[in-house]
Each structure stands twice: as C-alpha cells, then as structure tokens.
Ligand binder design. Structure first.
Ligand code: HEC
Length: 124
C-alpha cells in the first residue's frame, strides 16, 4: 500500500468513526437525559397519529393488507394484545417489518408504544 492510499484509508476511518460517535451521542441523549417523554402517552395523542401517518394507507378502509386494519381503537387493541403491533414496528424476529419500506420507527416512539401497551392499551 502506498502513502496516498494509506492517507485515504486513515481519512475514511476517521470519517466512519465520527459517524459512529454521533449516533452514540444521540442514543445517550435519548435514554439517559430523559428526552423521551413517556409520561403523557395516550391513544388519541400518540398512538392514533402514529398509525395514521405510518400504517393506515395499507391497513385502513381502502386497503387492509393481511386482513389487518388499524383505523379503529378496537382493531388496534387486537394487534397490540397479540404482540404484532409492537413486533412489526420494532422489527422483532418473527414479525414482518412495518412499515415495509423506509426506516424503522424511532426508538423513542417505540418506547411510547410499549408504554401504552404495558398500561393496558387505554382508550384515552
Ligand atoms: C405500504 C403498505 C404497508 C404499510 C404502510 C404498512 N403495512 Fe403492514 N402489511 C403490509 C403487507 C403487504 C402485509 C402482509 C405481508 C407481510 O406480512 O409482510 C402487512 C402485514 C402486517 C401485519 C401482519 C404481519 C405479521 O407479522 O403477522 C401487521 C401486524 C402489520 N402489517 C402492521 C403494520 C403497522 C403497525 C404499520 C405501521 C407502522 C404497517 N403495517 C404499515 C403492508 C403495509
């Protein structure tokens, strides 16, 4: 390996590791600084808007992929209680990743979803 490619490689390593630390800083903020608000999670203000923006286009009145609709409280609680609502959004093993394309739902949002499910899926 000549000098030039060594320099290139070093530069690349520094670039890649700086990205890595950026991500870690984000995670640290999310979990250790209390930035993720889970105290006021409710069906109407947290869960419904999430499903409306991420899921309803394929799981609503027009289209109900896999026979699943997520446009009513009762239907949503079925998927919450059988583990699929969280499993699909968290990309857990054994579940289809939802939504099927794009990035996974942010960690804080998943935490809020889990909070709502653990609270017994209140209709609030
Ligand atoms: C672009 C269309 C589309 C969107 C958006 C979408 N889904 Fe799906 N969903 C599908 C299709 C297609 C299937 C059936 C095939 C499969 O399981 O991958 C499915 C299946 C499912 C299943 C059953 C999968 C299983 O493992 O049993 C659940 C639960 C589900 N979706 C929940 C969601 C949730 C929650 C969201 C929003 C975060 C969402 N989906 C967004 C298309 C979509």
């Amino acid at each position: 390996m000549n000098k030039k490619s060594l320099l290139l490689l070093a530069g690349l390593l520094i670039f890649v590791s700086s990205c890595y630390y950026d991500n870690e800083a984000d995670l640290y903020a999310l979990y250790n600084n209390g930035d993720c608000q889970t105290a006021n999670v409710s069906y109407s203000s947290t869960i419904q808007p999430l499903l409306n923006s991420q899921c309803i286009s394929c799981h609503g009145s027009g289209l109900a992929e896999a026979g699943i609709r997520l446009d009513s409280y009762n239907a949503v609680t079925v998927q919450a209680n059988n583990g699929k609502l969280y499993g699909t959004m968290a990309h857990s093993q054994g579940f289809s990743a939802m939504p099927p394309s794009g990035a996974r739902i942010p960690a804080c949002t998943l935490q809020q979803l889990q909070t709502w499910i653990t609270a017994g899926t209140p209709n609030n």
